[in-house]
Design a protein. Structure first.
Lengths: 326, 453
């Protein structure tokens, strides 16, 4: 167990963060798209994420929570290094979260202000998450090159979120709104692809260790499915968006999810067996076995339940609902 | 530019964040049980008023809950960004407790909140009731875990220390550490009391301004009964909590009572200016034997003084004053609720305009008592982070003072901004009869309070 426990927790942490990126990704994407919508479209757009955003946001708390539970020393180092982007991201999430409620309740005269705060908060959170991810991939490198790489990812993540947000709106909206969302997705498609490509090229350049892991035979062959599946999904999304093939919006969303999963797998392979690249290994950072076992029971019992009732809630709200006031 | 002390700043920042955060869960923990009560009453009686009450207060709840959630996420990160030493050393204990909070409480409340708020017309009444109950259980569950961790930091048990790192010996002893049952009960009652005064405060305001109909009365009486039962109970629980603290953290009690030397026949100091330089009280107004009686339940009882803990006791003046603010507010709550209750339930009359005004002023009185109480609890733990075992300074992150100061200023601005709009929005909601959604806008003259006292 001493060998497996830390790996199980890394996997759970990865899953939580992946779910966060996908789920809160579409929430943040909707926030980013809000300024481009007509006034009458804004309420239904926000309503489409109303029942979900709160639970979606909880996945990042679980991700960071597992980092803290299973790898307390790494948690300290990572969050201390990422103090500034983490603080800014939190402020972004605070602004986004409060604007959600205030925009409905504070009265018509303030609605415009809260809409802007909603989008601003989403933008800050998305940029800072990219910044943190980029900085993490370079092993918390604070040199100019490292910062440039972090900046690159900071600018890319919003493109992914816009795609997720558009796909979500295409699923959840009336036909007119869905067409508009498809238009937004068309605009974001190329930047997202460019960002994915640049990150794939830049990552091995930034880290020699990652380069050697990816470009040594025969390992490279085993890894081939990752870029291939990601590229196929990306290509399919493009063809679908530009009207070459018929598709259902749900499939568009899941194609994006598939790209995220591939990116996560690639990242996991690049980092393993470290928890902080070049600085700290998973096993040396792990908390004591007794603490991990105690938490594992909780995870084994509650995580399936959480996934179960999350699914239940998505089923209840499966139909696009225009008016969701309470 | 004077030198910035990163330690002080990190503490200020954490204090600011946690003080702001605690305001909102305190309301939502109490309010969601009240909402469940409104819903259940409506389901059982079919009386529309209870549904109006629900529709109005669920809006208040949603707003409060959202602010609580986002400010809570900040907290989960700041354990790492401000106090990495705490996680590095006590992570084996703090980690799983926080983890269980996320797994058993956060997801539960956040997910079912969606159904509670937006699913009313999509699911059956029973499913909706169950969802509302799960939200209530979730909020209370999160209080359970976080207070367990906080109590463990105050009265650590169930661990062993090897090479400066904490390891778990018994989870039962960690979770149910000696001060936990008292702190948890004290906090839950505080939460319900804060909600009760919020209910009465806003309802009074709505009466006085003739906004709403009989539903508002029902809300007011619900709050009144809660306050009448809970405020004396809270005094009782608080006393027990104090005795528990005396047993485990005598320095905290010595500071609360501003007792410098260990003595018998200790008087209770009503008012004083505790002076840490001369280590004595100035202008003390005392009740003979008071402290001995309260703390040991005997006139001659010996109470340990601060000088027994020289250099390792909390600052005296803030504890002394915060404690008196908390108790003073509690006494005021008992007096006001029983005075009004006597008029309502014994003389069978509606509350007087003066009483309604007082409740309106006391809308956020729960917050005052709550913050004062938490300052007693947390400042009273100083200089320890884990009582007697690890100091706060050992856990500090290595940030420059300037960095912490600038983020502190932005956080403070953000908090003032949110609080301002929170109160403005509550007022705005309270003003609108339509905030009770289907509630009828007409007045009910027969039930309105008289204009003259």
């Amino acid at each position: 167990m001493e060998f497996w426990l830390p790996l199980i927790f890394v996997a759970v942490m990865g899953l939580a963060l992946l779910l966060y990126v996908v789920l809160d990704g579409y929430d943040l994407g909707v926030g980013l798209l809000l300024p481009f919508a007509a006034e009458s479209e804004k309420d239904p757009m926000v309503a489409s994420i109303g029942p979900f955003w709160d639970a979606n946001e909880t996945w990042i708390v679980l991700g960071v929570g597992i980092l803290l539970i299973a790898f307390p020393q790494a948690h300290g180092i990572i969050l201390t290094s990422l103090y500034l982007p983490a603080t800014l991201m939190l402020m972004g999430l605070v602004l986004r979260g409060i604007a959600f409620d205030f925009r409905i309740k504070a009265g018509e005269s303030q609605k415009g202000m809260w809409n802007r705060i909603f989008s601003l908060g989403s933008l800050i959170a998305a940029l800072c998450q990219g910044w943190m991810l980029g900085s993490y991939v370079t092993g918390l490198d604070s040199s100019v090159l490292g910062m440039l790489f972090a900046l690159l990812i900071a600018l890319s993540l919003p493109a992914l979120y816009v795609m997720l947000g558009s796909a979500w709106l295409m699923i959840k909206s009336e036909p007119a709104m869905a067409r508009k969302a498809q238009g937004w997705a068309k605009v974001a498609w190329l930047p997202m692809g460019l960002a994915l490509l640049l990150i794939s090229i830049a990552t091995p350049l930034v880290s020699e260790r990652i380069a050697s892991k990816w470009f040594t035979l025969p390992d490279s062959l085993w890894l081939l499915p990752i870029p291939i599946i990601a590229s196929l999904c990306y290509g399919w999304i493009g063809m679908a968006l530009f009207g070459r093939i018929r598709y259902r919006p749900v499939m568009m969303f899941f194609a994006l999810v598939a790209i995220c999963v591939m990116a996560a797998l690639g990242l996991a392979y690049s980092i393993y067996p470290d928890i902080i690249i070049g600085r700290m290994q998973i096993h040396s950072a792990a908390a004591h076995v007794d603490s991990l076992m105690f938490t594992l029971w909780g995870v084994l019992i509650t995580l399936p339940m959480i996934l179960g009732y999350t699914f239940f809630v998505y089923r209840i709200f499966r139909t696009p609902a225009v008016n969701q006031a309470y | 530019m004077p030198e910035l002390d990163p330690f002080l700043l990190a503490r200020l920042q954490f204090a600011a964040n946690i003080s702001f955060h605690i305001l909102f869960p305190t309301i939502s923990i109490g309010l969601c049980w009240v909402l469940l009560y409104f819903r259940t009453r409506f389901t059982l009686t079919g009386d529309k008023d209870w549904e109006y009450a629900y529709f109005f207060w669920v809006k208040v709840f949603a707003l409060t809950f959202a602010i609580g959630v986002v400010s809570g996420i900040t907290m989960s990160f700041q354990f790492g960004t401000n106090w990495p030493g705490f996680m590095a050393k006590a992570g084996n204990i703090a980690g799983p407790l926080l983890g269980y909070e996320v797994l058993t409480a956060f997801f539960l409340e956040a997910t079912f909140l969606g159904i509670m708020l937006f699913g009313k017309h999509l699911v059956s009444n029973r499913t909706h009731l169950v969802a509302s109950a799960l939200v209530a259980i979730g909020t209370t569950g999160s209080a359970f875990w976080i207070l367990s961790l906080n109590s463990w930091m105050q009265t650590p048990t169930g661990h062993v220390i090897r090479d400066g790192i904490f390891y778990v010996d018994s989870w039962m002893e960690v979770i149910f550490n000696p001060s936990f049952p008292y702190r948890f009960t004290h906090m839950l009652i505080a939460s319900l009391l804060t909600s009760a005064f919020l209910l009465m405060g806003i309802s009074s305001w709505r009466f006085i301004n003739r906004v709403d109909g009989p539903a508002t009365w029902k809300v007011f009486y619900t709050g009144l009964v809660m306050a009448m039962v809970l405020s004396p109970l809270q005094a009782l629980v608080g006393d027990q909590h104090g005795l528990n603290t005396l047993e485990h953290q005598p320095a905290k009690i010595a500071a609360v009572e501003a007792i410098w030397n260990t003595e018998t026949n200790v008087p209770f100091t009503l008012f004083a200016l505790p002076d840490e330089i001369s280590r004595s009280n100035r202008f003390a107004l005392e009740i003979p034997y008071g402290s001995s009686l309260i703390l040991t339940h005997s006139f001659a009882g010996e109470v340990k003084g601060l000088n027994e803990f020289a250099g390792m006791h909390p600052p005296v003046a803030p504890l002394f004053w915060c404690f008196r603010i908390m108790v003073g507010m509690g006494v005021l709550m008992i007096l006001v609720s029983w005075w009004t209750g006597w008029r309502v339930f014994v003389r069978k009359s509606i509350p007087s305009l003066l009483q309604l005004r007082i409740f309106s002023w006391m809308t956020f009185s729960g917050w005052v008592a709550l913050l004062a109480g938490w300052y007693v609890n947390e400042i009273g733990r100083q200089p320890w982070l884990v009582y007697g075992l690890m100091t706060v300074e050992e856990a500090l992150a290595d940030h420059s003072g300037g960095m912490v100061l600038s983020t502190l200023i932005v956080w403070l601005l953000l908090y003032v901004f949110i609080l301002y709009f929170y109160i403005v929005t509550l007022r705005n909601l309270a003003k609108k009869p339509s905030a009770s959604l289907l509630a009828s806008v007409q007045n009910y003259p027969g039930l309105l309070p008289p204009k003259e006292v």
